[in-house]
Design a protein around this ligand. Structure first.
Ligand SMILES: [Fe+2]
Length: 389
């Protein structure tokens, strides 16, 4: 995240002695991405962060692909993903390619007895239901309905939920998640025409420092496998840090929609970018104000991207059959558009309460076995006129 941030105590100069009260040294760690060229932070540990005691096991969590080459539009019933106790077990990848994996999760319990680290991907966790605290090495962030939690790869974290009714929509990205480049100036500051700005970015606030010795279980994701390692020190032993690479939260309700006299194209909803996809937020907004505007989207051929929409709240104007937690997939190669009647119905409407998250991938998505369990196989015929059904 291109805003400098610091928490706790740090030495005046980087890479110099930083002593504890007993005269011994703190242990500095550079936490960066893209080699030494990307965003990074410097953190100061009470103990060396390298103390692996035991390698317990490793096992595959590679998504099981059911449909590799897809040309069918689908609707998925996201809330039919069954709640599971464990945070990691609950995560079900439904679509995947080499740039992104899209998962649904309904975890009932916090992962308080282990620490998770994803070294393959940055994670964007969209909180549809539930609240709690994201606990990380670099500090804690409280979360609730509508939050995007953006967690850079390599960040050690726990999700502490307040209750057991949680619904998450997760995007794992093999490249870093950035704010859209066109909304940033040369210095990284978000510009005046950006739909959100730095004030909307919630950075870690509370730094919890644990000086604890024992056996600490880490579950580390690498190359689609989980490696379980035991460390001898609590990972949240950072007394201070500064830099640009850290987890943050952004609430979808803080996204200020860009509207116009006639229909605005999907890029106005863009919230994040990565190398192989974009994430967009569809938020409650006033409709187009040309007297003869058609607020529903025109049919469009997204020839270069698979389009995934996750429906969060409100009435989705372009469809007749969409509910909260549904996902639609409109694949690259064929046009899609409003449901029969939705186009006409939208004329003269003043506003929408719809809320949705969209992921447009530039490479085709493969569908997993977990996706097919919650798939509506007939959805692709939903554009037919009654007489043709
Ligand atoms: Fe679309």
């Amino acid at each position: 995240m291109p805003i400098y941030h610091k928490l706790g105590k740090i030495p005046h100069k980087r890479h110099t002695t930083f002593k504890k009260p007993d005269g011994s040294l703190h242990y500095e760690q550079l936490f960066g991405t893209i080699g030494f060229d990307g965003m990074s932070s410097l953190m100061y540990h009470l103990h060396r962060p390298t103390q692996v005691k035991k390698i317990v096991k490793q096992y595959s969590v590679k998504p099981k692909v059911a449909v590799e080459n897809n040309m069918q539009s689908f609707r998925f019933h996201g809330f039919n993903i069954k709640p599971e106790n464990d945070f990691l077990d609950s995560r079900k990848v439904v679509m995947t390619n080499s740039d992104a994996s899209i998962a649904l999760a309904a975890p009932k319990e916090s992962n308080k007895d282990y620490f998770y680290k994803n070294t393959d991907s940055d994670e964007v966790i969209f909180v549809h239901r539930g609240s709690g605290t994201l606990k990380t090495q670099l500090g804690n962030i409280k979360f609730g309905y509508g939050d995007y939690l953006v967690i850079p790869r390599g960040m050690i974290y726990q999700m502490h939920f307040d209750g057991s009714d949680n619904r998450l929509f997760i995007v794992e990205s093999s490249s870093p998640i950035y704010t859209p480049k066109r909304y940033r100036n040369y210095f990284g500051q978000l510009l005046e025409h950006s739909p959100y700005c730095e004030r909307d970015i919630r950075r870690p606030e509370e730094l919890e420092v644990h000086d604890e010795k024992g056996e600490f279980l880490f579950k580390i994701k690498k190359q689609d496998e989980i490696h379980e390692l035991i460390y001898t020190r609590h990972p949240f032993d950072v007394v201070g840090w500064d830099g640009y690479n850290y987890p943050y939260a952004f609430n979808i309700q803080d996204f200020e929609p860009i509207t116009g006299r006639v229909h605005q194209p999907p890029p106005v909803h863009q919230t994040f970018e990565a190398a192989g996809f974009v994430i967009c937020s569809f938020c409650p907004r006033l409709y187009d104000y040309h007297p003869e505007a058609i607020p529903a989207p025109y049919n469009h051929s997204n020839i270069d991207s698979d389009e995934v929409l996750y429906y969060v709240d409100g009435d989705f104007m372009s469809r007749n059959d969409i509910d909260k937690g549904h996902i639609s997939l409109h694949p690259a190669g064929i046009p899609h558009g409003p449901h029969p009647g939705a186009y006409e119905r939208s004329v003269g409407k003043k506003e929408t309460e719809e809320m949705a998250v969209m992921v447009d991938t530039f490479k085709p998505l493969m569908l997993t076995e977990d996706a097919m369990k919650i798939a509506d196989q007939d959805y692709y015929r939903s554009w037919l006129e009654d007489e043709d059904k």
